[in-house]
Design a protein around this ligand. Structure first.
Ligand code: NDP
Length: 327
């Protein structure tokens, strides 16, 4: 059939990743990037990618099948998602877990009224990890689900350490605790506190004349961000920071530890180890854009989540091929 035509709304880390992902999916073409900035200030990976002002989406367009919304969850998606869902099929990575029900409702009404399909809160968490939490609970009703994150760069915590007086630059990684992971994998089903599950590791470049001891103390005692965790702070040079810490790695684990009879333990684990969080997230969004396109054509409209998408719809291959080769 004809290629699926994708539009990218917002061109940050995720938008760039979607451009890369579309180039790796031969059944898709990139219709264009739509940005709030002056289009000539947005440098895309491929010089051939058309960049337009976002107002070009104020009317429905016959040249776009699905929009992938790449704005931030805090301010961009709540403002952009409902309006765009009234004119286009959409996929987004809204990841403020506590506000997903409210955001779902805000997108559902306009999408349903317009006969569009809007997949919200896709990506890996929420997204692939959510699916694995559902599998765990449904397949092993007696048990506990554990989600660990990392090793991963946390943007919010990195921003927080950069605001500490005496800090010139820095990054923060979240790491799952080895001891907690070992207990869970062994089928022990421990009760784990925040401090038990994750540790934090900071790499900091000091300003000239700053006191390392004072900076370390200010970081490890910072309320909410670090005071509930075991935090390690290493001081490095600006050169080392640029050389070793400019990627955006992430990942994590979803583990269901359950039992099917007394003393019969069943442990199921799903894990991700990502060199680039935004590029992987973008790859997930693009596969789900294919599913959204098909669901809309089949008449399934309104807001949906990963729980509503049949896995076969993610693949460019036919159902018969999937049965033959992958079942
Ligand atoms: P960015 O901050 O890189 O981009 C967000 C928006 O900011 C862009 O869409 C863009 O909009 C604008 N922007 C980007 N660069 C610039 C710039 N140089 N100057 C001015 N504006 C700029 O965020 P990410 O792409 O890293 O992440 C987007 C969201 O993805 C996150 O908020 C997070 O919620 C979500 N996410 C979800 C995951 C999941 O598993 N569900 C995993 C990872 C991320 P415009 O072009 O219109 O200016």
């Amino acid at each position: 059939g004809d290629a699926i035509r994708i539009g990218i709304v917002g061109y940050g880390n995720l938008g760039r990743g979607v451009e890369l992902a579309i180039a790796r999916n031969p059944d898709m073409v990139l219709a264009g990037v739509f940005t709030r900035r002056p289009p000539d200030q947005v440098a895309t990976v491929s010089a051939a990618t058309p960049v337009h002002g976002i107002e070009a989406l104020d009317v429905p367009r016959a040249d776009i099948d699905v929009l992938v919304l790449c704005g931030g969850s805090k301010d961009d998606l709540p403002a952009q998602g409902p309006g765009l869902a009234a004119r286009f099929n959409t996929v987004d990575s809204f990841d403020t877990h506590a506000r997903i029900p409210e955001y779902f409702d805000a997108v559902d009404a306009p999408a349903r009224a317009a006969g569009r399909t809007a997949l919200v809160a896709c990506g890996w968490d929420p997204g692939l990890f959510s699916l694995n939490r559902v599998f765990g609970e449904a397949l092993l009703p007696e048990g506990e689900t554990y989600t660990f994150w990392g090793r991963g760069l946390s943007q919010g915590h990195s921003d927080a350490i950069r605001r500490v007086p005496g800090v010139a630059a820095g990054v923060q990684y979240t790491l799952p605790s080895d001891a907690a992971m070992a207990q869970v994998r062994g089928g022990a089903r421990p009760h784990l506190s925040t401090r038990d599950k994750h540790t934090r590791h900071c790499f900091v470049v000091l300003e000239d004349g700053a006191d390392a001891g004072q900076v370390r103390q200010a970081i490890v005692s910072m309320p909410h961000y670090f005071d509930q965790y075991d935090t390690r702070v290493d001081f490095i040079s600006a050169e080392q920071l640029a050389r070793e810490h400019s990627a955006m790695p992430h990942g994590g684990f979803v583990i269901r530890s359950g039992s099917t009879a007394e003393d019969v333990s069943q442990v199921v684990e799903y894990s991700l180890k990502l060199d680039s969080n935004p590029q992987f997230t973008a790859s997930v969004l693009v596969a789900y854009a294919r599913a959204v396109y098909r669901m809309n054509r089949a008449g399934q409209v309104g807001a949906v989540t990963v729980f509503d998408v049949a896995p076969g719809l993610l693949s460019p291959r036919s159902a018969a091929e999937l049965r033959r080769d992958l079942l």
